[in-house]
Each structure stands twice: as C-alpha cells, then as structure tokens.
Design a binder for this molecule. Structure first.
Ligand code: Z5A
Length: 212
C-alpha cells in the first residue's frame, strides 16, 4: 500500500491527559502551517466505528476483554478503510485521538490480556497503515483522575488507578520499542506549556505539507 502524501498523527495517553484539549490546538496550529487537517477518534471514526463506540463505552454493558478487542478491531478496520486512508491519499494531516496503542495499553496493560494475542489479532486484521507520529501525553493516573472527577464516568473511566498505571507502563514500553514513532509530552504541566512541547515536537517530526 502506497503511503500517500498525507501524514498520520495519533494522540495517546491515559484518561484526563489532555488529548482532546490538545487536538483542537493542533488542528488550528497545523492548519496555520498549511495542512489540510482531518480530525478523528477511536473508538469511532466511521459509521460502524461510531456505532461500536456507543456499545464499547456503555456503562450498562458487561463486556469480556475478547468482546472488547473484536469490537475495537472491527471499528479500526473500517476507520482506516473509509476515513483515514482516503484522507491520507488526498494529502491531509490526519489527527486521531487514540489508535492501536490504546488497545495494547488498555486491553493488554489495564486488563492484563496477553499482548501476544493482541499482536495476533492485529496481524490477522492486516491494518494497512500505522501512524507516522504518536504523541504520548504522559500523566500520573492520580492527576488524570482528578482532572476528570466532575464527569459522569463511562465504562472504562470506572477502572482503578492501578488499571491506568498498567496502561501507562505499556505506553512507556511501546515508546521504548519504537522511539522513532513516539514523542513524549509531559502532560502534567499547564496547557500553555503543553502547547509549547507540541510545537517543538511538530518542528522536529512533522514534514511540510504536500512533500509528496
Ligand atoms: N479505549 C480502549 O480501551 N481501547 C482502545 O483500543 C481504544 C480506546 C482506542 C475512549 O474514551 C475510551 O476507550 C478510553 C480508552 C478506551 N477510556 N478511558 N479512559 P473517550 O474517547 O471518551 O475518552 P478519553 O480518550 O479517555 O479522553 P479523556 O478522558 O477526555 O481524556 P483526554 O482527552 O486526554 O483529556 P481532556 O478531555 O482533554 O482533558 C480532561 C480535563 O483536563 C479537561 O477538563 C481539561 O480542561 C483538563 N486539562 C487538560 N489538559 C490540562 C492541563 N495541561 N492542565 C490542567 N488541566 C488540563
């Protein structure tokens, strides 16, 4: 599969790390750099993915981790096929709030599901494209929980701080394994300081638009 002229950037991290807040900043900033920007998210992105998202996050459902994984990869396959790849082919910058690293962190780390079985599922699905750059918003789970305390929790947000600590360790391990793809953002600092770190990361890793 040709990579196309676009650029695929994902945002990862535990709950409350500030991905959604920063997505809006990145969209504005990168548009200013001349990129055509497409924002999206997981679970979700396409019609199937968004329908599965509602099921996935429903606090009234008791899903096994196998059921979670099958929902996530079905949605991800559609997301790539219908939204991400066409946007990259058009030359867009795709900004995606969570992607496959979240599966390894949450289902593999948080739920302690064997990583090798997730890798098998990922290989079987044959995802045609991986992110070009992943911004990992790293935060202590206690601070993340504090930031989202006022919210009505979805199915995942009810999990313990140990769950999010395990997820955080998987993000760290994936960054250590693929340093050329990841960039760590210290998400514990003020929003202005986070934005400064984002601009440094983009200056280092984001190519100019239309580089072909
Ligand atoms: N999930 C999974 O299990 N497996 C998978 O493969 C995938 C996902 C893809 C999606 O939920 C859930 O699905 C997620 C993982 C799971 N569950 N959890 N946890 P979602 O999309 O609804 O939620 P989220 O991705 O976790 O987003 P979030 O909780 O909203 O976190 P965030 O986007 O990183 O944070 P935020 O909304 O930008 O900020 C949270 C609050 O903190 C907000 O009030 C901000 O104003 C404040 N904030 C943000 N940054 C700062 C700084 N720097 N200082 C002070 N305050 C700040």
């Amino acid at each position: 599969m040709a990579r196309g002229p676009g650029f695929f950037l994902t945002l990862e991290g535990i709950e409350g790390a500030g991905k959604s807040t920063s997505l809006a900043f990145l969209q504005r900033y990168c548009t200013g750099l001349g990129w055509s920007v497409e924002t999206t998210r997981e679970p979700g992105g396409g019609p199937l993915g968004e329908a599965l998202r509602a099921i996935f996050l429903d606090p009234g459902l008791d899903l096994s981790v196998e059921e979670e994984l099958l929902l996530l990869y079905a949605g991800r396959h559609e997301h790539l096929r219908r939204k991400i790849l066409p946007a990259l082919q058009r030359g867009a910058l795709v900004l995606c709030d969570r992607f496959e690293d979240s599966t390894f962190a949450y289902q593999g780390g948080g739920r302690s599901f064997p990583i090798e079985r997730i890798e098998t599922l990922s290989r079987w699905t044959k995802l045609p494209r991986a992110p070009d750059l992943t911004l990992w918003f790293d935060l202590d789970p206690a601070l993340g929980a504090e930031r989202i305390r006022a919210r009505h929790p979805d199915r995942l947000e009810r999990e313990s701080q140990e769950f999010f600590a395990r997820a955080r360790r998987i993000f760290a391990a994936r960054m250590a394994a693929e340093p050329q793809r990841f960039w760590r953002i210290d998400a514990s600092v003020s929003l202005a300081e986070v934005e400064n770190q984002l601009m440094v990361a983009l200056a280092a890793r984001l190519p100019s638009p239309g580089r072909g």
